[in-house]
Design a protein around this ligand. Structure first.
Ligand SMILES: Cc1cc2nc3c(=O)[nH]c(=O)nc-3n(C[C@H](O)[C@H](O)[C@H](O)COP(=O)(O)O)c2cc1C
Length: 174
């Protein structure tokens, strides 16, 4: 990996932001920028060829909910406007594999499916065998499309998950 990584994430102020910061540290501060998705447009991603997108899942219904829009809700129309040519993406998703075992990190799958339909190159898939859950929209072709992180019930595993995923991405990114 020679080129800088753009880490776009949301929401801010919670566990997703915390994991985004730890990922930035794994790449080294000089090698990765940290940018809230809520203040971004599709064109802001054009500065980067290597991109990591982070989200949390607060219920599938939130996508369509009639409430103040924020973070990924705001960016959602932009996902389809991204110029995917020449870019490599990796996704991470915060979730809770115990309370929401049947919808574990669903939002990561929702975002990924829109991107894949547009021809996005997504790397950094993770085997489902490393998690206990019952169902997830983020399982695509029998593996997680990105890195699930469960800070609610498996916080002890987060450091190792971040470290090994970041090492893999360093090899896969341009
Ligand atoms: C109201 C609510 C709904 C949630 N729904 C889901 C869910 O459907 N799937 C899941 O994996 N996690 C779900 N979670 C757990 C969060 O994704 C998890 O706590 C995450 O770490 C929160 O990240 P944040 O602090 O960046 O928002 C939910 C949490 C809340 C409070």
């Amino acid at each position: 990996m020679k080129k800088k990584v753009g880490i776009f994430y949301g929401p801010t102020g919670g566990k997703t932001e915390n994991v985004a910061q730890r990922l930035q540290q794994a790449f080294g501060q000089d090698n990765a920028d940290l940018i809230p998705i809520k203040s971004s447009k599709a064109s802001d991603l054009d500065k980067y060829e290597n991109l990591i997108l982070g989200c949390s899942t607060i219920g599938k219904e939130t996508w369509d909910a009639d409430r103040t829009k924020e973070d990924w809700d705001l960016f959602r129309p932009e996902i389809e406007k991204i110029n995917y040519a020449g870019k490599t993406f990796a996704l991470f998703g915060l979730g809770d594999s115990v309370t929401y075992a049947a919808n574990f990190v669903d939002a990561m799958g929702v975002i990924a499916n829109i991107m894949l339909a547009k021809g996005a190159k997504i790397v950094g898939q993770v085997p489902t065998s490393q998690y206990n859950f019952t169902d997830s929209e983020a399982v695509i072709d029998n593996q997680f499309i990105g890195l699930p992180i469960d800070e609610d019930f498996e916080p002890d595993l987060t450091d190792q998950r971040i470290a090994s995923w970041a090492e893999e991405l360093k090899r896969l990114f341009a």
